[in-house]
Design a protein around this ligand. Structure first.
Ligand code: HEC
Length: 117
């Protein structure tokens, strides 16, 4: 009895290993395509980047406490400030580090997004 069960387990293992490998492959493929999609969205949609700013700058960039409002600021003003923070020509507490994380295209996209709020 126990021998035949062992044999059955032995027979099943390669199948399960194959299934696991297949699942792993499918998951990997899924992750890669999802990331590709995200990157395209981040580059083309200021709203995706903008969402990361709202934790501090308030819903839709309306401002929150001491943190300045971004909503309705002309695109050039927000982009100019972000670029100044990025280069270090304007000093802030957190914005220098944050601005350094974005390309000029991303800064333009998020500035355009907040200009429309
Ligand atoms: C961790 C909180 C935090 C996050 C996240 C954040 N900011 Fe800021 N932001 C600040 C603070 C605080 C200031 C005031 C300057 C300083 O101290 O760095 C500021 C200032 C600014 C200013 C200058 C506004 C003005 O009128 O002078 C701009 C533009 C700006 N942030 C854009 C952004 C954008 C765009 C994002 C998202 C990519 C963002 N911020 C994310 C906290 C944050």
């Amino acid at each position: 009895m126990s021998q035949s069960r062992q044999a059955a387990t032995r027979r099943r293992l390669p199948v399960m290993a194959l299934a696991a490998a297949g699942l792993g492959l499918a998951l990997t493929a899924g992750t890669v395509s999802a990331e590709d999609g995200m990157q395209q969205m981040e580059l083309s949609h200021g709203s995706i980047i903008g969402a990361t700013c709202m934790g501090c700058h308030g819903f839709k960039g309306m401002g929150s406490g001491e943190i300045p409002r971004l909503a309705g600021l002309p695109e050039g003003v927000t982009a100019g400030k972000m670029t100044a923070y990025k280069s270090g020509s304007q000093e802030g507490t957190v914005m220098n580090r944050i601005a350094k994380g974005y390309t000029d295209e991303e800064i333009q996209a998020v500035a355009a997004f907040f200009a429309k709020q």
